[in-house]
Every structure is written in C-alpha cells, then in structure tokens.
Write a protein that binds this ligand. Structure first.
Ligand code: KG4
Ligand code: ZN
Length: 351
C-alpha cells in the first residue's frame, strides 16, 4: 500500500510516499501478537522551504505562505512519484496535515490532497501535525520501540508525552506560555539574527560562553513537567539593554550561548524527570528544536550515564516535512486505529 503525504501547515511544502509492507494490525504497534513490526518504508520525499521568501519580513506571512504552497504542491508530488518510480495511479491513500497550523496554508494541502484523491477515486486521511513529528524517528535507521517518553519541541509546541503505541499518547507536561522554538526565535530576533532564529542563534552560540550571563531557568525546580519560556526572552531583552546600543560580537555570542544553555538545561532536566517518573528508559526527541546540537549532546550524555536511550529523527526530518505525515498516516492504518475514507469534504484544524 502506497500512502502519499502532504504537509503544508506553515512555511514548508512537503510531499512524500511511504509504502506499507504489512497492513496487518498489530495491537496499536505494541508488538502484541508477536514478531517484530515492520514499519512503513520511505520511498521518496521532496521539500520546498519558503524561508528565503519570508526572510525579508522577519517571520512567516500567512498569505504568502498559502500562495506558495499552491505553486509547489503538485510539482513536488510529481517529483516524489518519479523518484519512487510510481505513477499517480499507484497511490492508494492520500494523507494530509489537518492541523495545527496556519488555516490558509492547511487548506491548500487539504484541498489538493482531497481533489487528487477524488480524481483518483482513492480514500483520504487527515493527520495531526504533531503526531507526524512524534512518529518521525520511526523513519530513522535506529527506530525506537514502544513505550517511550517523547519530548516534542517545535516552533509552536513544547510537550512531554508518554507514548505506549501509535495513537496512545498521554500528555505529561507542556509549556504554559511560549514554546522552546519560540524562545529561540524571539531571542534571535532581539539579537538581530534572521528568521528562523533557532538555527541562527545556535550557530552564533558556538562562539560564545554559555555561562557568561545568568539567565532564568523558568520552572526548573517545579514539581511538575510543565515549561515556561516567556520570561526568558524578557531577560534577554533586559540583558541586551544593559549592554547598550552596540554590543560587541563577543557579547552577542555570549548572550546567544547563554540563552541556548538556559533553554537546553530546562529541556534536559524535564526530560530526565519524565523518564524517572514513568520508569521508562527510552526518550524520543522530535520537532524543529530537536535539530539543536547542544540539546542532542547534553541529552546523549545525561542518558548514557544512566543506561537510557535517546532516539531522534534524521536531521533532515526534524523540521516540517511530508515524510512524517505519510508515515503517521501509514502507521495509523497499519495498526488499525484509523481508516482512510472517501471523504472529500475536508476540514482543517488550525488550533
Ligand atoms: O517543527 P518545526 O519545523 O515547525 C513547527 O511545527 O513549529 O519547528 C520549527 C522551530 C523553529 O522555532 C526553529 O527556530 C526551531 O524549530 N529550530 C531550531 C533549530 N532548527 C530549527 N532551534 C534550535 N536549534 C536548531 N538547530
Ligand atoms: Zn512542525
């Protein structure tokens, strides 16, 4: 079974095909029923990033994003099918991101997916964007096994979850204000770095000292698994004001490194707390901030000491992509928790 996946929730158009070898249900992917589970295989994926287009505005302009998705999605679909050696008729299910994301951008992906499915007389399946991120490490060379703790760190979300199988997600904690990605992006903006801020800030941080400025670690010692990052950007703004109108390159690099150190310390501590509380030994990290090298290094070190494992998606699949949407749809179908339907009256869920 070939599942086409279309992602258009924000500023990347992503299309992919995955092939499901064993459509037998397997107890929500827990391995119940015996034998190792063969998860769907990625056949091809293609991505167009709109970063260059939005850069001039310092952030994503929703209207421009929607219009660009319209331009890209069909050519990317043809590209992916050609790379996989498939024709449109070989598509068995058309999956798309139903939300969360920008309403207009989501409508483009959903509309094209449903029109394509209607024309081909195939069923459709809407997918939750975060489930795509959550399951994306199953496309890596070293996929995790259930159960695990998931740290989902994207531009809009910061959540810790207990994951017992496909569709079996229990929220352990989440941010009460800004997401970790937002903390990176907003601090980067204050430092005069471009958009998206996360990668830019982490590059500048490489040249600085993480202990140069004492920035707050919000909720580090709270008894729950929640996060709060809104105060951090305020602290960065205050520190910048103290440095005066023209901070030196060293001061800017030190502030970037100190900001990153604060975010990473909180993410690592809370992830370890979640593992301790659940008694689980596997951590899965996904979403754009999961690409951060400092976060990966510190999580690897902290977990290795304790004999725990961390799984990440391939670096190229940390940020938004179509592969994770096709995969999440295929895993839902494989485990029997969702059915693709000839449902072309699509809806999207921005929030
Ligand atoms: O998952 P994603 O691509 O989109 C959402 O679903 O939000 O995440 C984007 C976020 C942005 O905030 C971006 O700045 C951040 O991930 N990000 C990073 C890095 N790469 C992307 N943050 C820190 N370090 C990185 N290397
Ligand atoms: Zn995302």
């Amino acid at each position: 079974m070939n599942v086409l996946g279309i992602e258009s929730s924000c500023d990347e158009t992503g299309v992919a095909v995955v092939t499901l070898a064993s459509p037998a249900t397997a107890g929500a992917g827990t391995g119940a029923g015996g034998g190792p589970i063969v998860w769907p295989r990625l056949r091809a994926h293609a991505l167009h990033s709109q970063v260059a287009m939005h850069e001039a505005y310092g952030g994503v302009v929703p209207e421009l994003a929607s219009r660009d998705h319209i331009r890209r999605v069909l050519p990317l679909t043809d590209e992916v099918l050609a790379e996989a050696g498939l024709s449109r008729a070989d598509i068995d299910v058309v999956a798309y991101t139903r939300g969360p994301g920008l309403a207009g951008a989501l409508l483009v992906g959903a509309g094209v997916a449903c029109a394509l499915a209607l024309a081909l007389d195939r069923p459709t399946l809407g997918v939750h964007h975060l489930e795509g991120h959550l399951l994306s490490p199953f496309l890596s060379a070293d996929p995790p096994e259930f159960p695990f703790v998931a740290l989902l760190v994207s531009g809009g979300h910061t959540q810790l979850m207990r994951v017992d199988g496909v569709g079996q997600y229990a929220l352990l904690g989440e941010t009460i204000d800004d997401a970790a990605g937002e903390a990176f992006d907003k601090s980067a903006k204050l430092l005069g770095l471009g958009y998206p801020g996360g990668p830019a800030l982490s590059r500048l941080a490489q040249q600085g000292r993480g202990d140069a400025y004492a920035l707050p670690r919000p909720l580090l010692h709270s008894k729950d698994l929640d996060f709060s990052f809104a105060g951090l950007k305020t602290a960065v703004a205050v520190q910048l004001r103290k440095l005066g109108p023209a901070p030196t390159d060293v001061e800017r690099a030190d502030l970037a490194a100190s900001t990153q150190a604060a975010i990473v310390e909180v993410l690592v501590r809370k992830s370890l707390d979640a593992l301790k509380r659940t008694g689980l030994k596997r951590l899965v990290v996904s979403g754009g901030v999961g690409a951060n090298a400092a976060l990966r290094a510190q999580l690897d070190e902290a977990t290795r000491k304790r004999g725990w494992r961390v799984h990440y998606p391939e670096l190229s699949l940390c940020t938004d992509n179509g592969a994770m949407i096709a995969l999440a749809a295929a895993m839902r179908l494989q485990t029997g928790i969702a059915t693709a339907r000839p449902d072309y009256a699509f809806d999207v869920r921005p929030r």
